[in-house]
Design a binder for this molecule. Structure first.
Ligand SMILES: [Zn+2]
Length: 519
């Protein structure tokens, strides 16, 4: 007897369908699982056996061979439990072969026959729909996630008996199709801002830098003494980015699905987030990979913000590992068992103290020697500093700024709030969208040098200003290009098609090498 059941496996952020072929023949009772199964898949046999027995279903005592095809693809995870048991039941004649035709199965089994959630349902259902499969049976907790894929019916099952009963009589009421209307979910989403910039007193320069950074997707480094609100600003940055589009949301949801980070019954990720890994983070946790490959923090920050607080505390090899993903906007991971890529188009935000004690240049408080400061700053390697577009310094807040009884304090005056900042960002983003139509660019920060003439044209006086600055400040070429990109965003925020001297001067003020590092 032979049966063939369809399942799927995740490969990077995409997926492939996998056939689970079962053969039962006369011979000494045995169970052989072939087709490059990983350890979790090998354990599947014991779970399936117990689950079927406890659900009152019988498996013949015979020689059983199961093959997972394509055999050269390494298979891991627990999602093969359900297809494996359906294959066994079909092969032993408990289910008709036609019952599971054109249906993809995914799910982990508990020993009592309960079906538990698995990772990667969204990309696998998407692949199933693309290959013309009409129906998927997935764990009930993953059904919403799978149902966002058009042109395929997704059913969520609670236990194995429910699936068997449905396959026997095909009664829709036993396993109703789950359908989430993503368009209306999206239309009605709440764009409520949880953390508002208006809660931060003062620090107007940093707020302005945050707007420019969000508008042009420019990476930003904040320096300043402890307690000046660097983390507060970071927390509020996702709130001023434009809301995710539906396509972006599907992209991000697929990554969360593979990482197993979607909440139960969550259909879509609709908010931009911030990933703030601790400086003790391991390389696989940051960039992805590991023995069972999954996306790292930089991919969970895709289309959102990656915040590295206390930048100087991170190991140099951890920071340097970001160079390639920042450059390519995706991370490539090669191990002996696999080679794959995850998207990683994130906005890089970093924060650090200016010196070991944190109070430089306030010489009343800071007693660090200049060599100590130099050694401290040199922990941030040149290559990563090269990838930071802007730097802004935060200062200790004056009492007059926090005094609510002082009419001129920023606490009493209406503060810059997130909503108006987001409006500015969206306006500047719309200008960029229009400008870069038909090109590979999305944001001003993507601009390459050979297109500066087309998109960052400078007039005569602006050119001579830049020439002066270039010579006087002994700028590097990279620095020079960064100034042009940032000034393009500043001009867009001002609604100006030309970059003026004023825009250039503001951009020059954000040079990372302005205050501490030499160009
Ligand atoms: Zn110090």
């Amino acid at each position: 007897m032979y049966s063939k059941i369809i399942s799927g496996a995740v490969l990077g952020v995409s997926a492939v369908t996998v056939s689970v072929e079962t053969d039962i023949s006369a011979g000494l009772p045995s169970f052989i699982l072939v087709g490059c199964p990983g350890s979790e898949v090998r354990e599947s046999k014991d779970r399936v056996w117990a689950a079927l027995r406890n659900a009152g279903l019988q498996i013949p005592v015979a020689k059983i061979t199961v093959n997972l095809s394509p055999a050269d693809l390494h298979k891991d995870g627990t999602s093969y439990d359900l297809p494996l048991s359906i294959g066994l039941l079909t092969c032993s004649g408990a289910l008709p072969a036609s019952a599971s035709e054109d249906i993809l199965f995914l799910g982990e089994l508990g020993l009592n026959g309960e079906i538990k959630p698995v990772k990667g349902v969204l990309p696998i259902v998407k692949e199933a729909a693309a290959t013309g499969i009409k129906e998927c049976i997935v764990p009930i907790d993953n059904a919403e996630e799978g149902s966002v894929v058009p042109n395929i019916t997704v059913r969520g099952a609670q236990n194995i008996l429910q699936v068997v009963e449905y396959l026997r009589c095909k009664d829709e009421n036993i396993l109703p199709a789950v359908k989430v209307d993503i368009e209306s979910l999206f239309m009605n989403q709440d764009n409520y801002i949880l953390h508002d910039f208006s809660e931060i007193n003062g620090q107007e320069a940093a707020k302005r830098a945050a707007v420019i950074s969000a508008a042009g997707f420019h990476s930003l480094l904040m320096t300043g003494p402890p307690g000046t609100g660097k983390s507060m600003i970071a927390k509020r940055l996702p709130g001023i980015l434009p809301p995710l589009t539906l396509d972006e949301s599907l992209e991000v949801t697929a990554i969360y699905s593979i990482a197993g980070k979607l909440d139960k019954k969550q259909a879509l990720i609709m908010q931009r987030n911030i990933q703030s890994p601790h400086h003790s983070i391991t390389l696989p946790a940051l960039v992805g990979g590991g023995s069972f490959p999954k996306p790292g923090a930089i991919s969970l920050a895709h289309r959102s913000v990656l915040f590295l607080d206390e930048l100087t505390e991170f190991d140099r090899h951890i920071i340097d590992s970001l160079r390639q993903p920042i450059e390519d906007k995706e991370v490539h991971i090669s191990r002996s068992k696999y080679s794959l890529s995850y998207p990683s188009d994130f906005l890089l935000l970093c924060a650090m103290n200016p010196c070991p004690c944190g109070y430089y240049p306030d010489r009343n408080k800071c007693k660090c020697s200049s060599s100590m400061i130099q050694r401290y700053l040199s922990k941030v390697s040149g290559p990563i500093l090269d990838r930071i577009d802007m730097c802004v310094e935060l200062h200790s807040i004056d009492y007059s700024d926090i005094n609510p009884f002082n009419k001129d304090s920023s606490a009493a005056k209406s503060n810059t709030d997130s909503l108006s900042m987001r409006e500015q960002v969206i306006r500047a983003r719309d200008i960029q969208k229009e400008r870069y139509k038909g090109t590979n660019y999305r944001f001003n920060s993507d601009l390459r040098a050979n297109d500066f003439e087309t998109f960052c044209h400078l007039g005569q006086s602006e050119l001579s200003l830049m020439e002066n600055v270039y010579k006087k400040l002994n700028l590097s070429i990279r620095s020079y290009h960064r100034i042009l990109r940032v000034s393009r965003t500043i001009a867009d925020l001002a609604g100006s098609s030309d970059i003026t001297e004023e825009h250039l001067l503001e951009a020059i003020g954000y040079r990372p090498d302005m205050n501490y590092w030499n160009a």
